[in-house]
Design a protein around this ligand. Structure first.
Ligand code: MG
Length: 401
C-alpha cells in the first residue's frame, strides 16, 4: 500500500480571514463578506448558523451584530498568490483547484523536508507566519480522502488519515461526503436503507447499479472503499474562456443585444463544460462606434458551469450598462468567464461547503458526523495538529495573535 503523501490544503473562511487579518477590529467577531449574498463568513459567524450563499438579510436577522464588509477581490487574489508561492516552495507537484485550495504531492521527500505530516505542519506554520492566514490540511493516500480530511479538520486543523485505517475514518460519514452524491442520489440510497459511506461499501454492486446506474455504482463503491487513482497533476490552467462578436454598424435594439449575448453565453458555457471547469467570475465587454470601451464583471458566490446561471449574471451586467448602450453606438460585445476551477472538485466540495441553492443542512449533518468520528476514534484514526506537533516538537501556531 502506498504511503499517505497527498496533502489537501484549504484556507479557512478565506475572504473573511483576509478581512480579519487586515482589520484587527474584526478579529474574534462574526464577519460577513458580501453585502447582498454571503460570500464568506468568519468562523464566529458560522458558529451562529451563517453560511456561504445565504441571503445577507437572513444572515443579519440571525446575527444583527455581525460586521458586514464589501468584498476586496484584489486583496484576496494577492493573498492567494502569496499562499501559492508557499505551496510551490513546499512541494514539487502542486495542483491548484481554486483561489484558496490545492493538492500537493509530497511523497519521497523524507530526507529533504520530513514526513508528509511534518511537511503539512510546516506548511500550516508558514502560511500563518508569512501570509497571516489560517489553513487546514488533510493528509491521506488519495485525493478524495485528503479532501475529506481537510474538511473534517476545520477550522485551523491538520488531520492525517493513516493507510490501513481509512475505512474507520470514512465509513461512519454520511453518504453526502462522497463526491457526486447530491439530493437525488441521497434520496435513492436512503430508500434502500443506505445512509453512511460504510453502508455503500458493504452494498452489492448489482443492487447499487439497479438503483443509481452502473457507472455511479462503480464510482461510489470505489470512493467508499478508498480507491481513487487520480494523481496530483499540475494542469496547464487557463485563466479564462471568452467569446466576442461584432455588430455591423447601426444602433441595436434591446432584444438584438440580448440574443447575441445569449449566443455568446451558450458558446462559452459549452466550452467551459467541455474543459471540465466551472467559473466564479462572469464579465462582459462592450466596444462602441467611437472606439471607447466598457467592461463589467460579477463574481458569483459559488462556482458554476450552468448556462442559465451564467446567462442570468450576464443579463444583469447588460442591464447595468443599459444607459451607455442606449447613448452610444454599440459595435462589439464580449463575454468572458474567469476565476476557473475544476468542475469535478467543485462538485466534490459541495457537501462540505454548503450548497449554491442555499441549503446548509447537509454540510451541518456532515460536520456532526465528523465530530462523532473524532470523538469515537479520535486519537487513533485522526491525528490532530497538536498531537503531531507534540510528537515532533513543532510549535503550534495560534490563529490570531
Ligand atoms: Mg477554503
Amino acid at each position: 500500500m502506498s504511503a499517505a503523501s497527498i496533502l489537501h490544503a484549504d484556507l479557512d473562511a478565506f475572504y473573511a480571514s483576509v478581512e480579519q487579518r487586515d482589520d484587527p477590529a474584526l478579529r474574534g467577531r462574526p464577519v460577513i463578506v458580501g453585502t447582498g449574498v454571503v460570500l464568506a463568513a468568519s468562523y464566529e459567524a458560522k458558529a451562529l448558523g451563517i453560511y456561504t450563499t445565504m441571503n445577507g438579510r437572513d444572515a443579519l436577522r440571525i446575527c444583527p451584530e455581525a460586521a458586514v464588509v464589501a468584498p476586496r477581490m484584489e486583496a484576496y487574489s494577492k493573498a492567494s498568490k502569496a499562499v501559492y508561492e508557499i505551496f510551490h516552495d513546499t512541494a514539487p507537484v502542486v495542483e491548484g483547484i481554486s483561489i484558496d485550495e490545492a493538492f500537493l504531492e509530497v511523497g519521497g521527500m523524507e530526507h529533504i523536508s520530513g514526513t508528509p505530516p511534518q511537511i503539512a505542519a510546516t506548511l500550516r506554520e508558514r502560511v500563518l507566519a508569512e501570509a497571516g492566514l489560517p489553513i487546514s490540511v488533510g493528509v491521506a493516500r488519495t485525493k478524495f480522502l485528503a479532501k475529506v480530511a481537510s474538511g473534517a479538520s476545520k477550522p485551523d486543523g491538520l488531520l492525517v488519515v493513516e493507510p490501513g485505517r481509512e475505512s474507520e475514518f470514512l465509513h461512519p460519514l454520511p453518504i453526502q461526503a462522497l463526491w457526486g452524491v447530491g439530493k437525488v442520489t441521497t434520496g435513492k440510497l436512503n430508500d434502500m436503507g443506505i445512509r453512511t459511506v460504510g453502508d455503500v461499501a458493504r452494498s452489492s454492486r448489482v443492487r447499487l447499479a439497479a438503483a443509481i446506474g452502473e457507472s455511479s455504482a462503480d464510482h461510489l463503491l470505489d470512493l467508499a472503499s478508498g480507491r481513487d487513482p487520480r494523481p496530483v497533476s499540475p494542469r496547464e490552467r487557463r485563466k479564462s474562456i471568452g467569446a466576442q462578436s461584432a455588430f455591423p454598424r447601426g444602433s441595436r435594439s434591446e432584444s438584438e443585444v440580448d440574443s447575441l449575448a445569449a449566443a455568446l453565453v451558450d458558446r462559452t458555457a459549452r466550452r467551459l463544460r467541455e474543459a471540465g471547469r466551472a467559473c466564479r467570475t462572469v464579465s462582459i465587454s462592450l466596444r462602441f462606434g467611437d472606439f471607447s470601451r466598457a467592461s463589467r464583471a460579477h463574481t458569483l458566490p459559488f462556482p458554476t458551469d450552468q448556462t442559465e446561471t451564467i446567462l442570468a449574471a450576464v443579463r444583469e451586467l447588460f442591464d447595468a450598462s443599459r444607459e451607455e448602450i442606449e447613448e452610444k453606438d454599440l459595435s462589439l460585445i464580449g463575454v468572458s468567464l474567469g476565476n476557473l476551477e475544476q468542475a469535478d472538485t467543485v462538485q466534490m466540495e459541495l457537501p462540505l461547503a454548503g450548497k449554491p441553492d442555499g441549503s446548509g443542512r447537509e454540510s451541518a449533518a456532515l460536520d456532526q458526523a465528523v465530530d462523532d468520528v473524532r470523538s469515537r476514534f479520535g486519537e487513533g484514526v485522526i491525528k490532530r495538529a497538536s498531537m503531531i506537533d507534540a510528537d515532533q516538537g513543532v510549535p503550534v501556531p495560534t490563529l490570531e495573535d
